[in-house]
Design a binder for this molecule. Structure first.
Ligand code: NAG
Length: 525
């Protein structure tokens, strides 16, 4: 499809350039008055002229035909002047594509550039963002550079583009789409650790710079007023970002770029440290470095003490606040196309000790373009956990599982104890009942005893009465005995012995006080 836009142009080349258009007649009927050698020489010269003429004529026609798509933009039109009547000639007034604050009203075209490398996992999200852009889609041309990819970035890109451009609403369809394929021999692995490791930075930044330059130089048309660079791994950005940035009417402008973090890492973090203001410390450091050295920001190896756009963010700050910067990050750059037309680019070498986007910022600044960052206008880069983060998260997961297991075990233990307590308490209830029974029994026994004791006391009274009666009888008898001499002292002594009487009484009492065992069956237990 669009990928073959240019080859279609080349296909058109032989048909349009058919040399039959011009037939220059050879001078057949000239008199043969001159000598043979002279005639042969003239014929040779004529043939050379003829071939040369044909060649240049063809060239003159072929060249404009190589770019048949250039006329599709609304700002490109054929000059009405008579000297450009040829359909294949395009005329562009580049003073019309300088870029203004309200480009959408003037139908200013934006070239959206996205370098892709192993980007397949992010394409769904990226195309979601494209669809949501509020800037008129027909004014946005898309250009992708696919390079050094080992995944299916290219085929997925095709699918996503077909889906995007199949939108039945013509206003939702984007303009021209170009896909460039070129490897830059990036050997650095694309995983987070390798990409962000200090040692890999300079080389990586240089090949990224080349990729950007190739992409831009191949895709920039005379119809473009703006160039927007956007990374595919932006997670959250306002749909109005193009208008928001454009309104500032700066030559180069970038938003602040942060990234969300898991809660255990603090919730959020500055992401793009490549947008910064120059500092005296950094300039002094740059002076000490080798001519080819490249300073990369955000690494302990280069303590530059530069004010970073990222760290100046205030979530409640004015999103329109501007800050002059020198280095720019590449996540989301809106630049006027004239900046590139004038010659600024992404240095793939050390330019003022910087390369790629940071070098581009410095170069644009050096060329007296305005370079600005918005500290309080923030877009959010995808959070990709580093190897350390992943390890930490695995540990946390393990801890979480261990804790869960522990909680479960604790609960089980508690449940068991509760069960046991329940059964114990029922045992206890039983025991209590038994104890109460025993107490009850003891009480009733006591009562019985008491009752028996009372009865015993009554009987005693009765016995005492009887004893008294007996005594009285004995006294009677004694008195009678006293009347008889002889046997009297023995009897008297025996009778006076109180112990004897007591003993008789005691024996009687003992026998009667013996408790009668109650017939309570519980007591047997
Ligand atoms: C695009 O907009 C829709 C609707 O507002 C939203 O659900 C979706 O998340 C947006 N996509 C992106 C990538 O922001």
């Amino acid at each position: 499809m669009h990928r073959h836009a240019y080859s279609n142009g080349q296909v058109a080349y032989p048909s349009v350039g058919g040399s039959g258009t011009f037939s220059i007649q050879p001078h057949k009927f000239q008199p043969r008055s001159q000598p043979g050698s002279l005639r042969r020489r003239r014929t040779l010269i004529q043939r050379i002229l003829l071939v040369g003429g044909l060649f240049f004529t063809a060239l003159f026609f072929f060249y404009p035909d190589l770019r048949p798509n250039l006329g599709s933009g609304p700002l490109s039109y054929l000059s009405s002047s008579d000297d450009a009547q040829l359909e294949t000639v395009r005329y562009y007034d580049l003073s019309n594509v300088q870029g203004t604050a309200r480009g959408w009203e003037r139908e200013e075209r934006i070239l959206l550039c996205a370098p892709l490398r192993d980007a397949s996992p992010h394409l769904d999200m990226f195309f979601g963002h494209l669809r949501n852009l509020t800037y008129p889609h027909n004014l946005i041309d898309l250009a992708f550079l696919v390079g050094d990819s080992k995944d299916n970035t290219l085929s997925k890109l095709h699918d996503k583009l077909e889906e995007l451009q199949a939108n039945p609403d013509p206003k939702q369809q984007f303009g021209e789409v170009s896909i460039m394929e070129k490897d830059f021999g990036q050997k650095v692995n694309q995983d987070v650790e390798s990409r962000h490791g200090f040692a890999a930075q300079a080389g990586r930044r240089k090949s990224m710079a080349q990729a950007r330059n190739w992409l831009l130089s191949a895709a920039l048309r005379p119809t473009h007023s703006w160039v927007y660079w956007r990374d595919v791994d932006v997670e959250t950005a306002p749909f109005t970002i193009l208008e928001d940035l454009m309104r500032h009417n700066k030559d180069v402008i970038v938003p602040n770029v942060w990234r969300p973090l898991p809660d255990w890492l603090g919730g959020e973090q500055p992401y793009d440290l490549n947008s910064w203001q120059e500092s005296e410390t950094a300039l002094a450091l740059a002076d000490t470095l080798d001519e080819d050295a490249v300073i990369v920001e955000g690494y302990a190896e280069y303590a530059t003490w530069r004010p970073h756009l990222a760290y100046l963010r205030d979530p409640y700050g004015d999103p329109d606040m501007e800050m002059e910067i020198d280095g720019v990050g590449g996540v989301s750059i809106l630049a006027k196309a004239k900046v590139f037309r004038q010659g600024a680019h992404f240095p793939a070498f050390s330019f003022e000790k910087h390369a790629e986007t940071e070098g581009f910022g410095k170069m644009a600044k050096r060329m007296k373009f305005s370079v600005v960052g918005l500290p309080h206008y923030t877009i959010w880069h995808l959070y990709e956990p580093s190897v350390d983060d992943i390890r930490h998260m695995e540990e946390m997961e393990k801890e979480r599982k261990a804790k869960e297991a522990e909680e479960a075990a604790k609960k089980e233990r508690l449940d068991k104890i509760k069960d046991q307590f329940d059964s114990k308490s029922s045992d206890w209830e039983k025991e209590k009942a038994e104890v109460q029974n025993l107490v009850q029994k003891a009480k009733s026994e006591e009562k019985e005893k008491e009752a028996e004791a009372k009865e015993g006391a009554k009987k005693e009274e009765v016995k005492k009465e009887e004893a008294k009666k007996e005594e009285a009888k004995k006294e009677e008898a004694k008195k009678e005995e006293a009347k008889k001499p002889g046997e009297q002292p023995k009897q008297a002594r025996n009778f006076q012995e109180p112990d004897e009487i007591h003993e008789v009484r005691g024996y009687d009492e003992k026998k009667k006080a013996e408790p009668k065992q109650p017939e309570n069956p519980d007591a047997v237990l």
